[in-house]
Write a protein that binds this ligand. Structure first.
Ligand code: NAI
Ligand code: ISE
Length: 336
């Protein structure tokens, strides 16, 4: 079966996922596109998805008889309305992170999916599909002994002018918030934020860098540096310290060179390249589950848990140095 896919939001990642579905993966075809900037959807149709119809709104796209499943790749604040519409229509939906920009919004999605009674939503936490993180998880579970600490860094060379301090959490740290829950099989109990002096490349509405400390229910302390104007490259670091040893996220494969009297290792500069293989695997998984009328991988509950922790991190930014408690309701049976 070929799953007919509609894409809402045809910017950087929407276009890239459309390319994946039509040119790389098996079992799906882009039949519909929508973007508030219609010209962007038309450009994707013309370059990547010649069979696709361009719809004026996401809601019309979701309702179309030529759409079996939906990709929500618009701006974060618009995800909730489309995911809720997809659930109401009984259509599997892949939603890029964040599931919603508030915990209340993510909870409305959980409640709608639970009321529907079957999984329909996969959240785009692609790091769970990354070969490096999968190997790290295996090492943590079988070699290093019980985890005690995690040291991590999420560095972007630069971000757009509109990117502000809370976005460092909702847009950027959200990947770590999810992947550490999965990596450690644990949940968070508190968040704390410290700001070093801001770097010269930032602006008044973005304190950069920052250090977020998350503590888990099992007592693991996770320090993550977020530095989104680091200039030198796109760099994701993670080291787990266990009772018996230390495990480190592998570096992306790169050709080491001896040049100009230096030993050199190139560093990536674009997030699209860093996780290219995991985007392929997560969307192939989505297509397979969507063909069976359901969803797999990271759940709405994972999206909700991440949103609760993210809200606590933003509160911690606003109360520098204070530990902000993180609590959740019980997990519904659909997600056990
Ligand atoms: P972008 O700004 O390049 O593209 C977003 C597109 O959505 C734009 O074309 C915009 O016109 C459209 N849009 C905005 N509001 C809309 C609405 N109400 N209805 C339909 N279209 C609308 O942004 P980008 O980088 O593609 O990010 C999109 C989403 O993907 C964000 O949630 C972002 O966090 C996520 N993302 C995930 C990544 C990952 O590694 N998993 C990487 C980059 C982005
Ligand atoms: C972007 O939206 C992503 O998801 C990237 O993975 C992240 O590194 C970047 O900070 C976000 O803005």
């Amino acid at each position: 079966m070929t799953v007919k896919i509609g894409v809402i939001g045809t910017g950087a990642i929407g276009r890239d996922h459309a390319r994946r579905i039509n040119q790389v993966l098996a079992g799906g075809r882009i039949t519909a596109l929508s973007d508030v900037n219609r010209a962007s959807a038309e450009a994707v149709r013309d370059s990547i998805a010649p069979d696709a119809e361009v719809f004026a709104t996401g809601e019309e796209l979701i309702a179309s008889a030529h759409v079996d499943a939906v990709l929500v790749t618009s701006w974060g604040a618009t995800h909730e309305q489309y995911v809720l519409a997809a659930i109401a229509g009984g259509k599997p939906c892949f939603c890029e992170k964040p599931l919603a920009t508030t915990a209340e919004g993510a909870k409305r999605i959980v409640d709608a999916e639970v009321a529907f009674g079957r999984r329909l939503v996969q959240v785009g936490f692609m790091r769970r599909y990354d070969a490096g993180y999968v190997a790290l998880k295996q090492a943590v579970e079988t070699r290093t002994g019980a985890p005690v600490m995690v040291h991590a860094a999420h560095r972007n060379p630069s971000v757009p002018e509109a990117y502000t301090t809370p976005m460092a959490i909702h847009d950027t740290l959200i990947h770590e918030i999810d992947v550490f829950r999965w990596l450690l099989d644990d949940d968070y109990v508190s968040a704390r934020v410290t700001f070093p002096r801001s770097c010269a490349r930032t602006h008044a509405k973005l304190r950069d860098p920052q250090i977020v400390t998350l503590t888990t229910a099992k007592g693991v302390v996770i320090n993550t540096e977020i530095f989104v104007n680091c200039h030198y490259g796109y760099d994701i670091q993670c080291e787990v310290v266990g009772e018996d040893g230390v495990a480190r996220l592998p570096e992306p494969m790169a050709v080491r060179m001896r040049l100009n009297a230096q030993l050199q290792n190139p560093i990536l500069t674009d997030w699209k390249d860093r996780f290219v293989a995991s985007y392929d695997v997560e969307l192939q998984d989505f297509l397979k589950a969507a063909a069976a009328g359901t969803a797999t991988g990271p759940t709405s509950w994972d999206g909700y848990m991440a949103a609760v922790a993210a809200d606590a991190c933003v509160a911690a930014q606003e109360n520098e140095g204070e530990a902000i408690a993180i609590t959740y309701p019980a997990r519904p049976a659909l997600y056990v």
